[in-house]
Design a protein around this ligand. Structure first.
Ligand SMILES: Nc1ncnc2c1ncn2[C@@H]1O[C@H](COP(=O)(O)OP(=O)(O)OP(=O)(O)O)[C@@H](O)[C@H]1O
Ligand SMILES: [Mg+2]
Length: 500
C-alpha cells in the first residue's frame, strides 16, 4: 500500500509537470487550447490521485525559527508508530544514569503508517537536501546555505482531510505537549560555531545550588525571591502595561561571591532552562538575533563577565573618538574579538541592547536576562540603566551572617566556640564566600571515615551513630581551625601595604 501511495503522489507530480509543460507549448498550439488544458490539469490530477499531502519542515517559512510542529511530529511518531519501521536510529541521552535505555527514533527516508479513527496516515522523514544551487541564499540553518531542511511528509486519503486538520494533527500536538510536561528535563545551552555559523548545543542541567544554600544578606535574598516570584506570575501585569514579559538582572561583585551560583539557584527556583551566551563566538548582530530567536520561553539568558567584553567596548569608544578626530565618523566599533582570534566579531553595543530590550526582545515571553560582572563601574551606562537591567544585585564579601549560613550548609552546625573570633576576622578582612566554603569542606578525610563506620553498621549501630557524631564534630573543629588560620593570614596581608 505504501508503494501505491508513493506512486499516486508521483503521479500527481507528473501530472502537474505535464500541465506546466503544456502551458509552455510552442506558438502553433492555439492559446485558448493551451489555457484550457493547463487549467484542466489540476482537476485531472485530483481525479486520478485520491491522496493529499502535508509537508512539515524542520524550520519555518522565514527560516529564522525552528518549526515546533516538526518536533511535535518527531515525538508523536517515536511514541506511537515505530512498530512497522525497519530503519531506526538509537541515541543515548545525556542523563543516561536516570534513563539508561537508548532512545529509538525513526531514521531518514523511513516510512511509517499510523491508523487513526479508521483512516490510514503515511509518514515519511526526508533528509536535508541541496536546493537552489547557483543562487545566493541567506540561510539561518546550520549547515550549507543552500540546504533544504529535513521535513516530514504526511499523505492521507482526501476524504480524511477534515479529520486530519481538525482532529489528527491537533492530537499530535497535544500528545507532544503532554510528553514534554511529563519528561521535562532542565537544559543548559551554550553557543558554538560550526562551519562559521553559531548554534546552541545543550546538556541536561541540574544545578546543585538552591537559594537557601546561598550565603548572603537575608533581607536581600527575600527581596530577590519575591521579585522572581512576581515575575513568574506577572503575565497579566506585563501585558496590561504593554511591556514584554522579560526581566533583566545585573549580578555584580568580586570573583567568588556567588554570581554563577545564584544563576543556578534562579534556574532551580523558576524551573527554567539556561542559555549561556558566549559573545566571543558570535560573529555579528544578525547572528546574535538568530541565536536569540532560537531560545525558548521560560529561560534565563546569561552573559557572564560582561566587563571583559566591555573592556573592548571601552577601547572601541576610544577608537571611535580617535576615528572621529580622524574624520571617519567612528563607524567601526567592533566590540569583541572572536575566540579563534582570526576574525573580529561585529557584535555592537547597540546590537546587544536590541537583544536585551529592542524590538527583537519582544519575540517570545517569560525570559530573564542575567549579566554578571566583577567591575560594575566599567560598564556602559546604556547597558545597565534601569529598565534594561531591572534589578542590580550586589554580591559581596562574606560577613558573619553569611558565614553562619555556610557553616550550617557545610558542617551542619549553628554554633561553635570559634564563631566569635571568625566573625570578628571576617569583618576585618575581605574574604569571599568561595574561600570560606573551600575551608569548610572536609574533603576526603570525612568520607573515608564515614565509609568505614557504615561498614560496621550491622555490628553495633548505636556505637556507629555516636561515632558519626564524633566524626562530624571533629570535622567541624578541623575545618574551623583551618578557616581561622586562613583568616589570620588574610588579616596580616590586608594590614601590610604592598611593596613597590
Ligand atoms: N554566596 C555564596 N553562597 C554559597 N556558596 C558560595 C557563595 N559564593 C561562592 N560560593 C561557593 O564558591 C564557589 C564559587 O562561586 P561562584 O562561581 O558562584 O562565584 P562567582 O561570583 O561567579 O565568581 P566569578 O566572578 O569568578 O565568576 C561556588 O561553587 C560556591 O560553592
Ligand atoms: Mg561566575
Amino acid at each position: 500500500m505504501a508503494l501505491s501511495v508513493e506512486k499516486w503522489v508521483g503521479f500527481g507530480s507528473a501530472m502537474a509537470g505535464f500541465g506546466l509543460l503544456w502551458s509552455r507549448m510552442p506558438e502553433h498550439v492555439h492559446e485558448e487550447t493551451r489555457y484550457i488544458i493547463s487549467s484542466l490539469a489540476p482537476m485531472v490530477m485530483s481525479y486520478f490521485n485520491p491522496y493529499e499531502q502535508i509537508t512539515i519542515s524542520e524550520y519555518g517559512e522565514e527560516r529564522f525559527q525552528r518549526n515546533k510542529m516538526f518536533d511535535a511530529v518527531s515525538t508523536y511518531l517515536t511514541s506511537t508508530c515505530l512498530d512497522g519501521a525497519r530503519k531506526l536510529k538509537a541515541e543515548l541521552r545525556h542523563n543516561s544514569k536516570d534513563d539508561p535505555l537508548p532512545r529509538i527514533i525513526m531514521d531518514e527516508d523511513q516510512e511509517v503508517v499510523d491508523n487513526f479513527d479508521g483512516a490510514r496516515m503515511w509518514w515519511r522523514l526526508y533528509p536535508r537536501s541541496a536546493k537552489n544551487l547557483g543562487r545566493t541564499v541567506i540561510s539561518y540553518l546550520p549547515g550549507d546555505v543552500d540546504d533544504e531542511p529535513r521535513r516530514y511528509r504526511l499523505v492521507f486519503h482526501k476524504r480524511h482531510r477534515q479529520l486530519v486538520l481538525d482532529t489528527y494533527l491537533p492530537r499530535v500536538v497535544d500528545q507532544w505537549r503532554e510528553l514534554i510536561a511529563k519528561n521535562r528535563q532542565r537544559t543548559l545551552f551554550t553557543n558554538y560555531v560550526v562551519d562559521g555559523k553559531s548554534n546552541w548545543s545543550s546538556v541536561p542541567f541540574n544545578p546543585p545550588a538552591k537559594f537557601d544554600m546561598l550565603a548572603m544578606d537575608h533581607a536581600k535574598k527575600t527581596e530577590i525571591l519575591n521579585d522572581l516570584r512576581s515575575f513568574r506570575e506577572g503575565k497579566e501585569n506585563h501585558s496590561k502595561v504593554g511591556k514584554a514579559w522579560k526581566r533583566g538582572y545585573l549580578l555584580h561583585g568580586p570573583p567568588g561571591t556567588g554570581k554563577s551560583t545564584m544563576i543556578g539557584a534562579m534556574a532551580n527556583f523558576l524551573d527554567y532552562d539556561v542559555y549561556d551566551l558566549d559573545l566571543t563566538s558570535v560573529k555579528d548582530n544578525s547572528e546574535l538575533r538568530k541565536l536569540f530567536l532560537d531560545t525558548t520561553d521560560k529561560s534565563i539568558i546569561v552573559i557572564e563577565d560582561i566587563d571583559a567584553i566591555e573592556v573592548e567596548l571601552t577601547t572601541n569608544r576610544k577608537d571611535k573618538k580617535a576615528a572621529n578626530e580622524d574624520g571617519n565618523n567612528g563607524k567601526h566599533h567592533v566590540v569583541v574579538e572572536l575566540s579563534n582570534n582570526t576574525e573580529k566579531s561585529k557584535v555592537t553595543l547597540s546590537g546587544l541592547l536590541g537583544f536585551v530590550d529592542g524590538l527583537w526582545s519582544a519575540c517570545g515571553s517569560e525570559r530573564i536576562f542575567v549579566f554578571t560582572t566583577n567591575h560594575v563601574d566599567r560598564l556602559d551606562p546604556a547597558l545597565t540603566r534601569r529598565g534594561r537591567m531591572d534589578s542590580h544585585i550586589e554580591l559581596s564579601y562574606c560577613r558573619f551572617e553569611a558565614f553562619k549560613m555556610l557553616a550550617k550548609t557545610y558542617l551542619d552546625i549553628t554554633e561553635h566556640s570559634q564563631f566569635d573570633e571568625i566573625g570578628r576576622l571576617l569583618e576585618e578582612t575581605n574574604t569571599t564566600p568561595a574561600e570560606v566554603a573551600y575551608n569548610l569542606m572536609p574533603f576526603g578525610k570525612r568520607d573515608s571515615e564515614i565509609d568505614r563506620l557504615l561498614d560496621e553498621i550491622d555490628g553495633a549501630s548505636a556505637d556507629v551513630a555516636n561515632n558519626l557524631t564524633r566524626v562530624k564534630k571533629r570535622d567541624a573543629d578541623n575545618c574551623l581551625a583551618g578557616l581561622l588560620e586562613t583568616l589570620k593570614k588574610a588579616k596580616l596581608e590586608y594590614a601590610t601595604p604592598p611593596m613597590d
